[in-house]
Design a protein around this ligand. Structure first.
Ligand code: F6R
Length: 603
């Protein structure tokens, strides 16, 4: 959350930083800003709103400088306005700082600095950092940074420049920061995506690393000079394009058949699963507990996949939300397997669980989209979901790919665990190969979904109901709708509604009822009748075999036939399109919904 780009070298810093911030917009878009040094003077510009506002402000400003720091913000402390935007310049105007993360002890530090006569303009935690550095600054910026960092608690990636020295200093603690090393130029960024166009040589900084850049760079940790390995990143970057779609989210929904095809090509060898970087049979036999831990949609994907472990490997799985799991007593030991699912690979809570699991000698598996991300690098094993760049804040293609890869891992696990026959896996994989075409059939039937979106777009509440695996799909459907359409959406196991929430059902309350499990169709039909009797308007997502539910629904969408474990991938396509059309028809910014960011790197 929040993105940093800092530059020192031979090019125009403003241009490089603005270009870099563009590719970090997914980390936040409440406000943005830059500071550059022009003839030894700090020039700082910042603006609330999307990056375009800052671009507009800087349009006719030449700013002849080749050293600067830039930031794109997702507000944690203080509302999103011009004053709270970064960079934050110290009270005496000498030090400018950009910050990603949270300074947990900022109020004590602020009190201390106020007693020393420092004044504050913003409500952010970051402003204490620039003032603290200024407090310690005599004639050596690095020394002042050392002293300041020793007092900071929390997570922070910092970029720092000063009026008094031609020097760029950066700090990394818990929040990611990567140093790109070019020819006589250096770039620091929260993500390789804004580095790769300048250089492919990078250093993934470690916690409490402090980088000091003058003509060359040095890295310190605990005040001692350290050497860090320079790695080559192997990503080709093309600027993201909507390729004719109205929004990135729409494009990403439509990319799902190809993402599944790509994963089939990567992980399926004829009719067997070949995950390449997975655990051996002996390692798998050693596990007696499986935990799947993630946040948001990634968590929902985990819950769906846990069903496959339980059904085929016959092993109980605990699925938990990372921000909860990290503070629980959870019995991790060397017989535990902890699976972390994360599109970005940088989600702070998920990363904390991974690090904690390692402390208890549990084995860790990351299921990740972004190469080079912290979770991908730190887990014992990593499986990539091959979804490509996901630009829209609402996860779509990453979600279905997360389900697929975790399910494949579960099947492979079950096989190595001796609980499933090869023949059964072959049958499942045979069905898997037909999934991309079947998704295309769903995508081609979008008009009914668009019609339903017009019915719900002005509603305040909607309920998603399902049983078994369909309840997990309901969770994702509700999340998708609320995050981009701002309609309050809640999911329930269909049998649970009458234990309280049915009190909210009144005339025309919209309901999405998901029913793909033939065994549970009659139960779902009864639940739909219960809400219909109270006036609800029901849109059902069903199959040829559960079509009975059509008769009691106002509208319905019949999915192509598949097996139980793949229906969640089908149901979610309908839900994603519903959320997309509702948001679009309300005239909202589908790709950048309010208050959200793509990568949540704070607790
Ligand atoms: C919802 C969404 C979020 C993410 C969650 C975890 O559409 O995208 O709920 O799933 O923030 O993010 P990752 O997968 O990057 O760890």
């Amino acid at each position: 959350m929040c993105g940093i780009v800092c530059y020192m070298g031979k090019r125009n810093a403003k241009e490089i930083i603005l270009e870099g911030l563009k590719s970090l917009e997914y980390r936040g878009y409440d406000s943005s800003g830059i500071s550059v040094l022009v003839n030894g003077k700090l020039k700082t510009y910042k603006k609330a709103g999307k990056l375009d506002e800052l671009n507009f402000l800087l349009k006719n400003k030449k700013l002849n400088s080749n050293i600067g720091i830039g930031h794109i913000r997702w507000a944690t402390h203080g509302k999103a306005d011009d004053i709270n935007a970064h960079p934050h310049v110290s009270y005496d105007g000498r030090i400018s700082v950009v910050h990603n993360g949270i300074i947990e002890n900022y109020s004590e530090l602020k009190k201390f600095l106020k007693e020393k006569g420092f004044e504050f303009k913003s409500s952010t935690d970051t402003e204490v950092v620039s003032n603290l550095i200024s407090y310690f600054y005599k004639d050596d910026l690095l020394d002042a940074v050392f002293k300041s960092v020793e007092l900071l608690k929390g997570s922070f990636a910092l970029g720092i420049i000063s009026n008094d020295e031609n020097r760029l200093i950066a700090v990394r603690n818990e929040s990611p920061l990567i140093l790109g090393i070019g020819e006589n130029e250096f770039i620091l960024s929260s993500d390789v995506s804004s580095i790769a166009h300048l250089t492919k040589n990078v250093i993934y900084l470690k916690n409490m690393d402090i980088v000091d850049i003058k003509k060359n760079y040095s890295i310190y940790n605990n005040r001692k000079k350290v050497e860090r390995e320079i790695e080559r990143i192997d990503i080709e970057l093309s600027s993201p394009s909507k390729e004719g779609y109205d929004f990135f989210m729409q494009k990403e929904i439509y990319e799902q058949p190809d993402v599944i095809r790509k994963n089939i090509k990567s992980y399926i060898n004829n009719f067997s699963i070949d995950l390449k970087n997975s655990f051996s049979k002996d390692e798998i036999k050693n596990f007696n507990k499986i935990y799947i831990v993630a946040c948001g949609s990634a968590y929902n994907a985990g819950v769906v996949s846990s069903y496959v472990f339980e059904k085929y490997a016959k092993i109980p799985v605990i699925c938990d939300i990372a921000s909860e799991f990290r503070y629980k007593i959870n019995f991790l030991d060397e017989k535990s397997l902890v699976i972390l699912i994360s599109q970005s690979g940088e989600t702070a809570d998920t990363l904390a669980v991974l690090r904690n699991a390692k402390k208890y000698n549990a084995k860790t598996l990351a299921i990740v989209n972004v190469y080079g991300s912290s979770i991908a690098r730190e887990a014992d094993k990593t499986l990539f979901i091959n979804a490509g760049n996901e630009i829209a804040v609402a996860s779509t293609k990453a979600y279905s790919a997360q389900i697929l890869i975790t399910e494949l891992f579960a099947l492979d696990f079950a096989y190595k665990f001796g609980k499933i026959e090869k023949k059964e896996i072959e049958n499942i994989l045979k069905e898997l190969k037909s999934i991309p075409e079947k998704i295309e059939i769903i995508l081609n039937k979008k008009s009914i979904i668009e019609d339903f979106s017009n019915i719900i777009k002005n509603k305040n509440h909607i309920f998603y109901l399902g049983r078994g695996l369909d309840y997990f799909s309901a969770k994702e459907g509700a999340l998708k709708l609320k995050e981009i359409s701002y309609i309050h959406a809640e999911s329930f196991p269909a049998g649970e509604l009458k234990h309280g929430t049915i009190a909210l059902i009144e005339k025309d309350t919209p309901i999405v009822a998901i029913s793909t499990d033939e065994k549970l169709t009659d139960k779902m039909v009864s639940n739909v009748e219960e809400v219909s009797a109270r006036g609800a308007f029901v849109f059902s997502i069903c199959t040829e075999k559960s079509k009975k539910i059509e008769e009691v629904s106002n509208m319905s969408f019949v999915l192509p036939k598949t097996i139980d474990i793949f229906y969640p991938i089908f149901s979610v396509i309908v839900e994603q399109l519903l959320a997309y059309y509702t948001s679009k028809n309300k005239g909202l910014d589908v790709d950048k919904p309010r208050n959200l960011a793509k990568s949540v790197t704070v607790e």
